[in-house]
Design a protein around this ligand. Structure first.
Ligand SMILES: Cc1cc2nc3c(=O)[nH]c(=O)nc-3n(C[C@H](O)[C@H](O)[C@H](O)COP(=O)(O)OP(=O)(O)OC[C@H]3O[C@@H](n4cnc5c(N)ncnc54)[C@H](O)[C@@H]3O)c2cc1C
Length: 177
């Protein structure tokens, strides 16, 4: 995320000429929601990409690192972590594809994009945490990529609506009728 320079902007008493109006008056919220749907699908796939990279590194490292006379990939405790990580990544990818397909078809995808974002961002944090664990102490230092993946995964639960905000969107949709 260091490549993404984040700054606050503040608008006060700004007059915008009519010709600069984006869309129609009083439709701002609807437009923002539509834009957020796309953004949430984008963040879902960002989280999937980070998680997949972390899993790839964890697999590679577990086949290299030797402890007690054998590579750590031979330990069932490590194998089970890899299995959980891969399964959750696949589940997230399927939720992401569903939301993206609905969006591509011009169908409503409000709930589905929030579900994908909620699941994928939490999944990326789980997977990156496990990848750091598999790397042991090396997972915590900058020499290995998983340290960066762990940091980058964290923000996916915050921006484009926090985890709590996604739960609000989903539950409101469930309860609306
Ligand atoms: C790296 C980065 C890049 C960003 N890029 C952009 C950008 O390009 N454009 C943009 O507009 N914003 C951007 N943001 C801002 C981001 O969208 C907000 O930080 C995010 O939506 C959370 O808002 P907040 O920080 O004000 O948290 P707050 O709203 O203060 O929330 C704090 C905590 O309270 C919880 N909370 C808040 N309200 C409720 C509620 N009603 N019910 C239950 N829990 C609640 C939240 O879930 C969170 O846990 C960026 C942020 C970061 C970190």
């Amino acid at each position: 995320m260091r490549a993404s320079d984040t700054r606050e902007i503040s608008l006060q008493d700004v007059e915008v000429p009519k010709m600069n109006l984006v869309g129609n008056e009083r439709e701002g919220f609807r437009m923002a929601v539509v834009i957020l749907n796309s953004g949430r699908i984008g963040v879902s796939f960002q989280a999937i990409g980070i998680a997949q990279a972390a899993l790839n590194e964890a697999i590679k490292y577990s086949k290299e690192r030797k402890q007690f006379g054998q590579v750590i990939a031979n330990f069932q405790a490590i194998q089970f972590k890899l299995a959980d990580m891969a399964t959750r990544i696949d589940a997230g990818r399927l939720l992401g594809y569903r939301a993206a397909q609905l969006k591509d078809e011009g169908k409503p995808c409000h709930r589905e994009s929030s579900m994908a974002k909620l699941f994928c961002s939490q999944m990326a944090n789980f997977v990156c945490n496990e990848a750091v664990q598999i790397h042991g102490g090396y997972g915590y230092i900058k020499e290995y990529a998983v340290e960066r993946y762990f940091r980058d995964a964290r923000v996916t639960e915050l921006y484009e609506g926090t985890t709590e905000a996604q739960k609000m969107v989903i539950s409101r949709d469930l309860l609306k009728d």
